[in-house]
Design a protein around this ligand. Structure first.
Ligand code: ADP
Ligand code: ZN
Ligand code: ZN
Length: 805
């Protein structure tokens, strides 16, 4: 007997274990761990992953596997193990971990179908259903679900057993193919045929001549038709005669196929770069795992170190994974990798369609490429002989997934680095305190690039106190200094980047008479004003309504739009500097596919004087003519309820400042703020990471935060507040009694956003240094609430929270 252990596609506690299925005879010699199957589960059929094959089972009544979806495993040994590990580390479900490792196209889609049980009973069907089942015994539920009459009739006939419901698994992930024609006769024969064809068959002649003249065996049908302006009919005739043969050939949807990448070759490394790369190269050489922290100021040439390390890896016939933050996966970044390694590079990011992602993934899976550059999930690239893993901008919070499984790509990278015995390189100009502390302790190997390339100076930074500006009567969003410098750059024809950490026209609406702020009725957070539609929107639940023209509370007309957004800044520039050409980049102007790239290219080509934008312009951009960077409000991030808000502010300001003066022209930075004395702002302006690190470490120590303590966040939500508080209270006290006395359990407390989508949210925070039983205790809690979690209660556990919301 051959038994397959299958993890089924039901993300729930009760089903989070392998189920046993019988392997039918005809699958026995092809089935392997790591393939997807379709199995019967209760009343329906589900997709599942085979994780093991065994000869024995305890189960009495075995059901057979219904269908095999893959001929070869799509998860290899290593990835199956990794999936288990991610599940344990993040307390998620195995099925969620497996799915997170694969492109969305491979996720199953289920369709509900209604079947006529017995054709002989057709006449007894409800009258209005008869036309639907006239031709076929099955109909799609989605075709009828919006028609109440049909639904009612179907319910009635289901009850009396005329109809049945069936769930059908539809595999997504269609491959794209195109039709290719090949000629089935020799060249001589073809030439003879051309001369013997009658004159009415002129079009057929042309088609055959096309093959002869171009000396081709194969041509795509679309190409042929276009070139010859031919119709289908001569082609069809030739196919019917057996002269041409048509087949479907798979093609990749390549988002970069229209781009030419200029090839680059290795640069002569500087002394600092040589010192930094040599330990990495020797790890590659000796197949040894080591995690390196490459701490290099912006513009110090980290990327060249990555590129040359990868080159070494490729020479050994191995593969490389490079992670870059989603937001900096700019064309410029892609170009640097494609430019060096050409078509051996696959690119994975969220701007690709499901199909494009699937195609890039398959290139990796089939080893047609040996470098992948991608955002977070590219860490699961199915390479089998990895020689290096690089995480650029390792401090970026987008490396942490904020849904199940809540993994951090850095942890996965180190796991895979150990498995493949290869180096992991974490690069940053502003490493996380966690990583820098580990490097100082020797857990990571610290590599430093302290100088900018070509002896370029770090830009000079001015901090402007906006309170002072207000006192001297300047009510504009530009300080005098920034405005003068803007004018100066315009006059000289140099470029400026203006950075604003907000989106939309203005963030919230406030009444100047009574202080009323328009909040979301569901989420308790302020609504964002969108001027173009005159709407206010909630960015958590999507609720939107018309913007009020008078105060809903006191009816004053002085309800005005508070705060500044990119659109408003753009308007102000239009008034103050009408001759300036502005490109605005924010979520609104970049939501269309490819627009991000277009705007940046235009700016790079000098089609604008000012690039104005949010976070997305902070990273990775490298434009020679940018000599001024302005930060309009540096403190928006400082006041978020988040233990890392100082660190994030420091990182952001450093990144933004790094955009100026990267080439021949020296750069300047102006930071406007209402809290100029804050150490994050002071030290960022001095490009002083080391002092920032020491200062911030003291704060973390005092407040018992990471990296001195680990943290775990439990969030409970439910539509009823008393229930939420009750459950969170119970969990908190259970944690207190079951963890060591050295751990700190905080809570229950309302979450910073106390209500989302009409669900109340409470949390319990655990801070600990060493708590080997923690995961076990958390599992107990989840098990205890298992039945209620299926209903209205939600409990999420984040083993390493980055968002405290
Ligand atoms: P980082 O990634 O550390 O911000 P980059 O890799 O972007 O820095 O390097 C800054 C600039 O210096 C780039 O234009 C890069 O091409 C150039 N550069 C890097 N290494 C060298 C080198 N060894 N010789 C000459 N130019 C270099
Ligand atoms: Zn009011
Ligand atoms: Zn809301």
């Amino acid at each position: 007997m051959m038994i397959a252990k299958v993890i089924v596609d039901v993300p729930a506690m009760q089903t989070d274990r392998p189920f046993d299925y019988l392997v039918p005879e005809h699958y026995q010699d092809i089935i392997k761990p790591g393939v997807r199957v379709i199995v019967p589960f209760g009343p329906r059929n589900l997709q599942g992953f085979v994780i093991a094959i065994e000869a024995k089972t305890e189960v009495k009544k075995l059901k057979p596997i219904q269908k095999l979806l893959d001929v070869e495993p799509i998860l290899n040994e290593e990835l199956l193990q990794l999936g288990q590990w991610v599940t344990e580390q993040t307390l998620s479900y195995q099925i969620s971990s497996f799915q997170a490792m694969l492109p969305a196209a491979l996720k199953a889609k289920y369709e509900k179908e209604i079947i006529l049980v017995n054709r002989e009973e057709f006449s007894t069907l409800s009258q209005n259903l008869k036309p639907l089942f006239q031709e076929s015994d099955r109909i799609n539920w989605t075709d009828v679900e919006d028609e109440p009459d049909f639904v009612r009739a179907i319910q009635k006939d289901l009850k009396i057993g005329l109809l049945e419901v069936d769930y059908v698994v539809k595999a997504k992930g269609k491959k794209k193919t195109h039709r290719v024609l090949s000629i089935n006769i020799s060249k001589d024969e073809a030439e003879r045929l051309v001369s013997s064809l009658p004159s009415q068959a002129g079009r057929q002649k042309e088609v055959i001549e096309y093959f002869i003249l171009n000396d081709m065996q194969e041509v795509s049908r679309i190409d042929l038709k276009e070139r010859l302006r031919a119709t289908d009919s001569p082609i069809k005739t030739l196919i019917d005669k057996g002269i041409l043969v048509e087949k479907n050939v798979e093609i990749y949807r390549d988002p970069y196929s229209h781009r030419e990448f200029k090839r680059t070759s290795s640069l002569q490394l500087t002394e600092e770069q040589t010192n930094a790369i040599s330990p990495i190269l020797s790890s590659i050489e000796s197949n040894q795992h080591q995690t390196y922290l490459l701490y290099g100021v912006t513009g110090s040439g980290k990327t060249e170190v990555y590129l040359q390390s990868i080159e070494e890896v490729l020479k050994k016939g191995q593969q490389a994974i490079v992670l870059v933050p989603e937001i900096s996966l700019t064309p410029q970044m892609v170009e640097r990798f494609k430019g060096r390694f050409g078509s051996s590079v696959a690119v994975l990011h969220s701007g690709l369609s499901v199909g494009e992602k699937y195609d890039e993934w398959r290139k990796i899976y089939r080893k047609e490429v040996n470098v992948v550059v991608g955002a977070r999930s590219a860490i699961f690239a199915p390479f089998e002989n990895i020689g290096i893993i690089i995480i650029d901008e390792e401090h970026e919070s987008s490396y942490k997934q904020e849904e199940n499984p809540r993994y951090h790509a850095r942890d996965v990278a180190i796991y895979r680095g150990q498995y493949h015995r290869c180096p992991v390189v974490l690069g940053s100009a502003t490493p996380t305190l966690e990583s820098f502390a580990r490097a100082k302790k020797g857990v990571y190997h610290l590599l430093t690039l302290s100088k900018r390339m070509h002896e370029r100076e770090m830009p000079k930074v001015d901090i402007i106190d906006m309170r002072e500006e207000l006192r001297t009567g300047n009510r504009s969003m530009f300080s005098e200094v920034l405005f003068e410098k803007l004018q100066d750059r315009l006059a000289k024809g140099e470029q400026t980047v203006l950075f604003l950490n907000r989106r939309g026209y203005s963030t919230f609406i406030m009444c100047r008479d009574c202080g009323f702020v328009v909040n979301c009725t569901e989420c308790d957070i302020s609504l964002t004003y969108h001027r173009s539609q005159n709407l206010v929107k909630c960015h958590y639940c999507g609720h939107e309504e018309r913007a009020p023209s008078t105060c809903p509370s006191c009816h004053s007309e002085h309800i005005r739009f508070f705060g500044t957004g990119t659109q408003k800044v753009e308007e102000e520039i239009g008034k103050l500097l009408p001759e300036a050409r502005v490109i605005r980049m924010d979520v609104d102007t970049t939501s269309k596919k490819g627009s991000h790239e277009k705007l940046l290219t235009a700016f790079g080509e000098g089609k604008a004087d000012i690039l104005l934008g949010t976070q997305m312009i902070a990273k990775g951009l490298d434009f020679p003519k940018v000599t001024l960077v302005g930060v309009l409000t540096a403190d928006t991030m400082l006041h978020l309820p988040d233990l890392r808000s100082s660190e994030k502010t420091f990182q952001l300001l450093t990144q933004v400042s790094g955009r100026a003066g990267r080439h021949d022209l020296p750069g300047e930075v102006v930071i406007q703020t209402y809290t100029p004395e804050h150490y994050s702002i002071q030290l960022a302006s001095g490009h002083n990471y080391n002092d920032f690190y020491h200062q911030e470490m003291i704060m973390r120590k005092v407040h018992q935060y990471p990296p001195f303590y680990f943290m775990t966040l439990i969030t409970v939500s439910h539509p009823e507040i008393t229930k939420v508080v009750g459950v969170t209270e119970k969990i908190s006290s259970y944690m207190r009694t079951h963890l060591s006395s050295k751990s700190i359990v905080l809570g229950p407390a309302a979450s910073p956003i106390p209500r989302i989508k009409n669900r109340y949210r409470y949390q319990c925070m655990i801070k600990y240094k060493d708590e080997p039983r923690l995961k076990h205790v958390l599992r107990e809690v989840l098990d205890h609430y298992q039945r209620e979690i299926g209903q209205d209660l939600q409990i999420t556990v984040d083993m390493n929270p980055y968002m405290m919301m």
